[in-house]
Design a protein around this ligand. Structure first.
Ligand SMILES: [Zn+2]
Ligand SMILES: [Zn+2]
Length: 525
């Protein structure tokens, strides 16, 4: 018996037009019609005829149902505080570092070992050279700008090909809900793996940083951690902490008065220095482009100033990306292109350095560059480029236009890709590329450094020398050369000690001879 048509209709997979004769062809989903149509039937719908528009004044949009589900789920966060709390409890495992207070109110810096445990789980690559070079992309912004949502979308859109699969290999941030929008959602800094690059030799990590205006109200995420911690004291939830490779808590040496003990002070002083020093890309998320100058630009440059002046021999400057989140429809079509969006945002700032009517903080920075370092600063772009390797603006639409949203997230991902690649190249050229373990050494040194002092520079070379001391005599040099050869030919069957020194011998001998002939003629060697 022929099944009734209704039995066959699967949301987003079958054409819902009763006249349809081409059951198997590709089906588009229309959010405004809440229906799926095949290519042929799409145009038959009265609402899809030429000149018809949806409530926002634009044509109905063809959407891929799987992709749409991913975005819709993210944009409809849990409704009750109970559900939200549960999600935050689950999210404590992704906590990277943060500040807690002991009973007497003294703040302590805690590294939760997230970086080490994440990289320990990173699958090994094939081939002889298995070294991995992690890259860090940090997301910052004011509370409620949708920062965690952006990170979540970058991670979860990976699932859009198979939305029904429930497995979640890649945790993503908890997104706030309207239930309690005064309290920032995520506390401290969480670290997530990017599913697209995690298997590769350059795994990318996303850091979701607490809203940067700080504030004394403890964010949801941090409240949740408090509960979890008190559980583990009673032994109930021990597995949480045992799973992590927890670092030791550090005292914050500079928290020596009431102002400096404030949570806000730590969040606004310590986190930026750490993230600026270690990030390849910094993404600033904001909702309203009009607040860019006051809410972001000044902060972005002050961060840069604090970070740049506070670290020596930093291998590269981070790249800056501005995400204009929840952009309403109705802007010029071209504005969705990052190039145009960047140009027009910079244009809106063209008077910021004017002697009359400019922004004092920016003028001060520009003057410092002009007078102390004799650098020409004509435009805001010149100033930004003193602190950041590049500057790009990407617009993300408000909810409802999911195909456009997907396209914009794709653009954002492309921008991040290009920036990460450039950053990697610059570090490689500067011979400052760090593998997984070296990165952790720098990171721990950075934690030590900035918790003991906010004002002296963090020196990459110093840390590097401490870990790889320069050879002091001829023997040390030869040993280092042998180690370097071993790193290039790691196959143990071929590279015995004997093999290395046999091959190295004649080269070293000719170097000694050359040195004799060129510099030490007649001298005793
Ligand atoms: Zn059809
Ligand atoms: Zn429609």
């Amino acid at each position: 018996m022929e099944p009734m048509r209704g039995d066959l209709v699967v949301k987003g997979r079958s054409c819902e037009d009763d006249r349809c004769k081409q059951g198997g062809s590709k089906v588009w989903f229309c959010v405004d019609c809440d229906s799926g149509f095949c290519e042929h039937c799409w145009d038959l719908q009265a609402q899809h005829k030429l000149g018809k528009v949806a409530r926002d004044g634009y044509k109905h949009e063809k959407a891929h149902y799987g992709m749409l589900k991913v975005y819709q789920d993210i944009l409809q966060p849990p409704a009750t505080p109970g559900q939200l709390r549960q999600l935050h409890d689950d999210d404590t495992d992704t906590l990277w570092f943060g500040v807690t207070k002991d009973e007497s109110g003294v703040p302590r810096f805690e590294d939760h070992g997230r970086y080490a445990s994440l990289m320990a789980n990173s699958p090994s690559t094939s081939g002889t050279n298995t070294a991995k070079y992690p890259q860090l992309v940090s997301f910052v912004g004011v509370t409620n700008a949708g920062k965690s949502t952006v990170v979540k979308m970058l991670i979860d859109r990976h699932k859009s090909n198979d939305p029904d699969s429930m497995e979640n290999d890649f945790p993503s941030p908890v997104v706030g809900s309207a239930v309690n929008d005064r309290v920032p959602t995520s506390g401290d800094v969480h670290l997530y793996a990017d599913p697209y690059t995690f298997q590769s030799r350059t795994p990318r990590l996303y850091a979701d940083c607490e809203g940067l205006e700080g504030g004394e109200s403890i964010p949801y995420g941090a409240q949740s951690r408090k509960r979890t911690d008190s559980f583990s004291n009673s032994g109930k939830l021990k597995k949480h902490s045992a799973k992590r490779l927890q670092g030791r808590p550090r005292n914050i040496a500079w928290a020596d008065n009431d102002l400096r003990r404030k949570r806000e002070y730590t969040v606004t002083e310590l986190y930026p220095r750490l993230l600026y020093t270690f990030s390849d890309v910094i993404v600033f998320v904001l909702r309203n482009a009009k607040t860019f100058q006051s809410a972001v630009l000044t902060k972005l440059l002050q961060w840069g100033a604090a970070g740049l002046e506070k670290s020596l021999n930093q291998p590269t400057l981070p790249h800056a990306v501005i995400v204009l989140n929840a952009t309403e429809m109705g802007i010029e079509e071209e504005e969705w292109n990052p190039k145009t969006a960047t140009a027009s945002l910079l244009k809106s700032l063209s008077t910021a350095l004017d002697r009359i009517g400019g922004v004092p903080e920016l003028q001060d920075l520009a003057n410092t560059w002009r007078s102390e370092r004799h650098t020409e600063i004509r435009t805001v772009r010149d100033l930004i480029e003193r602190y950041y390797a590049s500057f790009t603006v990407v617009r993300i639409p408000a909810k409802g236009r999911y195909t456009l949203m997907d396209k914009q997230f794709n653009s954002l991902l492309q921008v991040i890709n290009v920036n990460c690649r450039e950053s990697l190249e610059t570090k490689r050229r500067a011979r400052m590329l760090s593998n997984t373990d070296e990165w952790n050494i720098y990171l721990q040194a950075g934690f030590d450094h900035f918790t003991s002092n906010l004002d002296t520079p963090f020196n990459f070379i110093e840390v590097s020398l401490k870990n790889n001391p320069l050879p002091e005599n001829f023997g040390d040099h030869i040993r280092q050369l042998a180690t370097a050869i071993l790193a290039v030919y790691p196959d143990p069957k071929k590279t015995s000690g004997q093999w290395i020194f046999e091959n190295l011998g004649s080269m070293v001998a000719s170097c000694i001879l050359l040195d004799c002939v060129q510099y030490r003629k007649g001298e005793q060697y």
